[in-house]
Each structure stands twice: as structure tokens, then as C-alpha cells.
Design a protein around this ligand. Sequence first.
Ligand code: PLP
Length: 436
Amino acid sequence: MMTAPLRFRSTRGQAPVLTFDAALLQGLAPDGGLYIPEEIPKLSPAVWRQASSFPEMATGVLAQWLSGTFSEESVAAVVGEALSFPVPLVPLGDALYVLELFHGPTLSFKDFGARTMARFAREVLARRAEQLLVLVATSGDTGSAVADGFAGLEGVRVGLLYPYGQVSPVQERQLIVRRPGVQAFAVEGTFDDCQRLVKTAFADPDFSSVRLSSANSINVGRLLPQMLYYIWAVAVGGFDEVVFCVPSGNLGNLTGGVLAALSGLPVRRFIAAHNANDFFPRFLAGEGPAFGPSRRTLSNAMDVGRPSNFERLEALLGSQMSQWIWGTSVSDKETLERIRRVYASTGYIADPHTAVGLEAAQRYREATGDQAPLVVLATAHPAKFPEVVRRALDFEPQVPERLARLWEAETSVVRIEATLDALKTHLLPHVVATRT
Ligand SMILES: *Cc1c(COP(=O)(O)O)cnc(C)c1O
């Protein structure tokens, strides 16, 4: 039976509703809102009770959400290519678990969204005989996940902008390693300059002949895959009910979990674990929305003062937000202390983002007395942050093979001034060449 495809509406209600493929190319809605599903499909409990492998479970879920837009066959092909890495649930004792989301090629959970979105985009571009230029401003994990996800796909070129001298050595390596169809730019300026360049490129007539995408975390193509590992954790853990603790910045990961819960996954509560960028915990505590400038911390992928997915959470949960989500903010000092304590008591080495989650989980249990099984999402591999781990533990984590290999790989980076002219000079010939 063919059902009408699920459609996506803007959180601001002033833009046309779109099917997934159109929303994916659109990114931000024309009214400035973010796309959310018009209705939430209900999952059968068999999805997590009888799951046999991650790709099989993921295919079933996404095929249901995207029915009428993508065939089950093409969903299976996308998932099989994009999500072919392990997702282990590691018990730490006392019904506390970490779900390791860092076994993808760039060692952070962003591989799930970026790799899946890229392959859905390839399908849509092929159907429409269109090409895409992805422009990303990045200060860390997003850029490498997007570059890796989109590299070498037919019809796609990627420009990667990062602030020269302001990312860690591991992060920089992951950005500049040579990938087909990808050009990295080391911008002489700040992260904000990089973002400004991307924004002005989007509005510039010289780029009007190409379809541009930022592939940023608000894209529905990145959001939907972020439901999948929540479902997988319940499947593997065999939980009747579970609390998820999510190290958060832009709140995209958490929004993925909320979608899974709204479609029937037995989630008791979410914990939003933030670093010193504490807008959301303060909002949950009743202080009202008051965004602030971002502050730099040791868990830098969560240094977000104005979380873009907040608008989605409000649209999805409304006044029930604080029943569903418990929030807390963790300092750098407490992050280092948590890395030490967890290592001392279990031998587990947590990266700084995961450590913020582990500290928040402990606080949640103390504050509420809730002893339900609790899963902390481990969002990055500790080897991505050797300096922080050394500060906490006096040694550096073992470097996995796929990260070690980067130091032998060829690199390609162009250093540019922070001006649109400089970007155009180096990027446009590259793009035009792909359009012939
Ligand atoms: C991006 C990121 C986060 C924050 O995820 P959001 O979806 O922005 O809330 C947490 N940890 C790591 C390692 C990340 O790269």
C-alpha cells in the first residue's frame, strides 16, 4: 500500500510544506524557520525488540519515515554505505552505559548525519540532474564529517572554511587531508569571519548559477539519522525504559532523540548536558530564553551560545519541554575531574564532551533519585582531544588506525584572506569546471 509521503513544515509556519527530498536541498526554510515533520510516524516496538543489525534496523525506520519519497531499496543502499560502522553500548556498572557514536571515519557522532545526508543528496541530485556546492564554515567536527561524507560523490563539490591557527592539530589534519571534490581554505580570521564569508557567498550573484548548501546541523537530512542510535541503544540494552544523557551544543543530537521518543521509543527522560554555554539549562530552570555570546571551553564542539535547534524543540514539545528534558551545565574543571574519576573507577577514557555527559548523568541521579538505566551518548573519540586527556590523566589515549593514517596522507589547503573576493578567486574556477 502506498501512503502519502511525510511532509515537513517550517517551525515559523510561513513557508510551503515540503517532502523530505525538497527540504533536504532547501536547508533553512524561506521564512527563516527549521523544517519539522508535519506528523510523527509511530514505530512498532518490534523495531527495537527484534532488531538484528544496525543497518537493518536503520533501514526499517528511515524507510517508514521516507515512504513515498525514497524506496526501501534506495534507503537500504544509502544506509548500507553511510552507516557501516559499529555502535557499541558499553556498560560502566550501576545501570550506567555509554553509547559510542565515534566509530565512523571522522570519529564523532556527526558522521551519522553527514554521511547519510550526503548520500540522500546524491540521490536527489541525480533525479533532478542538478549539482551542488556545499560550503561549510567549521571550527571542528562538523567540517571533517561533512567533507568526508560528501567527498567523491557525483555532482557535489565542497568548500571548507576554517580559521587559520585556531583549530587543534588533530582537527586541522582531519580538515586538510586531500579528498576528491573537496577544497579546504585556511581563512586568516576568526570562525565568525568564516561564517560571514559563507553567508555572503550565499547572497552573491556570482554563485547564483550553482545550488548552494551549507549542510549544517539544521538540515533535516542530518537530523533524521540522529534518531537511529537511540533506537539501537534500546534494542541492544533490552531496556523497558531508559534515560538518555546528551552532550549538547546546537541541540541537534537531542532533537533526534526527541523525535525517536515522540515516535514511541520508551524514553523516560532526556538529560541535556551542556558546558559553560548554559543557555538551555537556564531556560529549563525557568529563566526564559536569553541567548548569550558563545564561550570557549575544553569541549569546544559544544561552544554554542544560541542553539539553532532550540526552535525545533519548542515546536515539537512546547510547554512539555521541562517534563521531557532535565538540563545542567558543567565547567571545564568539573569536566577534567570527571575524566579522572571515571578512569579511576572503571578504566574508561572519556573525551571532554562525553565527560560533560557523564558528570551530568551523575548529577541527575543525585538530584532525582532515578535509578533507571541511563545511557550517556559518547559523541567523540578521546584521541581527537589528546591535549585535554593528557591534562586530566597525564597520558594520551591510543590513536585508532584511521586517525593515525591521516598523518601519512596527502594534504591540500589554500590560505586566503577573509574576503569574498579571495574565496571567489579560488573557488569559482573549481565550481565552474564541474558544471561543464
Ligand atoms: C557537535 C558535537 C556536539 C554537540 O551536538 P549538538 O547536536 O550540536 O548539540 C557534542 N559533542 C561533539 C563531539 C560534537 O562534535
